[in-house]
Design a protein around this ligand. Structure first.
Ligand code: PEP
Ligand code: MN
Length: 284
């Protein structure tokens, strides 16, 4: 996958991911109720988000934890799209659910735990929906690009890569945010890359800092967890921003987003020179 030549621009409703605009996806980790989702959708749209996130089928570390509302969650997402005009991204966990989720969602999310489930990737690819492919928690950049290639070679060009933190020996945060991985992906792949500062750190106090780092690394957008009352969230409350925190972060990020044009120039320079010798270029 070579970054030179044309970049992949993924069309979604009336905007695009991977073009000039920095695209923010925001919303709760899990869809919990109409009131929770609707209030979040209205607030994140007002703050500048383009995409509403929210899990209806939840991959949880514990089988006893909240597993999501399923179809009811998908219906709530669609109602929120109708009211706000936000596009919907939601996870699909199994091959059998692909037709159902693809009927409701604008973007299918493949979660970290599923990144190497090639039969799921194939089924998701064939749905024709854009795919947000999250990096597995122990996946290398080459592994991520191989999974992207599975989607591309099944006839779906609309892949969005997502860096969401990886497992390392460092245990002070939920994961280790691989900002260099974002910069590298922007050099060696033509696909859009988005940052997930929420899962990368697991702690709401660091989300804005990681978002800034993601932007500086060249990300085309970000996906952030927001909840009306994070203390009461059924999943990932510790890393979810409340509305005021999300508003403040979005306002503070404006000058950083404006600087992206400079990063794009540097990227073009790197592509003309150094990327040629990148050892990963052959991978994916
Ligand atoms: C999520 O987006 O809520 C999620 C489960 O993410 P990941 O697959 O990156 O853990
Ligand atoms: Mn989550």
């Amino acid at each position: 996958m070579n970054a030179r030549g044309r970049r992949t621009v993924v069309p979604v409703l009336d905007f695009a991911i991977g073009a000039d605009e920095f695209v923010t996806m925001a919303g709760p980790c899990s869809v919990e109720s109409e009131q929770q989702l609707r209030s979040t959708a209205l607030r994140v749209r007002r703050a500048g988000a383009r995409v509403l996130r929210g899990g209806a089928f939840k991959p949880r570390s514990s089988p006893y934890a909240f597993q999501g509302l399923g179809l009811e969650g998908l219906k709530l997402l669609v109602a929120a799209r109708e009211e706000t005009g936000l596009a919907i991204v939601t996870e699909v966990m199994s091959e059998e659910d692909v037709p159902l989720v693809a009927e409701y969602a604008d973007i299918l999310q493949i979660g970290s735990r599923s990144m190497e489930n090639y039969s799921l990737l194939e089924a998701a690819a064939k749905s024709g929906r854009p795919i947000l492919l999250k990096r597995g928690m122990v996946a290398t950049i080459a592994d991520l690009l191989r999974s992207a290639q599975v989607i591309l070679s099944n006839g779906n060009p609309n892949v969005i890569l997502c860096e969401r933190g990886i497992r390392t020996f460092e245990t002070s945060l939920r994961n280790t945010f691989d900002a260099a991985g974002i910069a590298l992906l922007k050099q060696i792949s033509h696909l859009p890359v988005i940052a997930d500062p929420s899962h990368a750190c697991g702690h709401r106090g660091l989300v804005a800092a990681l978002a800034r780092i993601g932007i500086a690394a060249g990300a085309d957008g970000m996906i952030v967890e927001v909840h009306p009352n994070p203390e009461k969230a059924l999943s990932d409350g510790d890393q979810s921003l409340d509305f005021a925190e999300f508003d403040a972060m979005m306002a503070a990020l404006e000058p950083w987003i404006a600087l992206r044009a400079v990063a794009a120039q540097e990227e073009a320079f790197a592509q003309n020179g150094h990327a040629e010798s990148c050892p990963l270029e052959a991978a994916g």
